[in-house]
Ligand binder design. Structure first.
Ligand SMILES: [Zn+2]
Length: 88
């Protein structure tokens, strides 16, 4: 009997990184951290709460997922904070 390791991959759901939220509808991707403890079930499916390192709160659900950053402009505030974190 073969053992199959279940490794998260493919349709992975990152818990942090550069993401483009559906709301607020601004033309920028921010660096978000998922607030895991606040995952909730709503009429829209499972909801996830996110906070960007520049302080923007947003929610994603199964029907309104976070988007990959693609070629959206990256938030300058997030970039600065990320650079400072990396230097610390
Ligand atoms: Zn930002």
């Amino acid at each position: 009997m073969r053992q199959i390791a279940q490794i998260t991959g493919g349709a992975s759901r990152p818990s942090k990184g550069w993401l483009k939220p559906m709301f607020p509808i601004t033309g920028k991707a921010h660096y978000f951290n998922q607030e895991k403890e606040f995952a909730a079930i709503t009429a829209q499916g499972r909801a996830y709460f996110w906070r960007s390192i520049c302080g923007i709160d947003t929610v994603s659900t199964d029907k309104m997922p976070m988007f990959e950053p693609g070629n959206w402009d990256r938030c300058k505030k997030c970039e600065l904070k990320l650079a400072r974190r990396a230097a610390a």
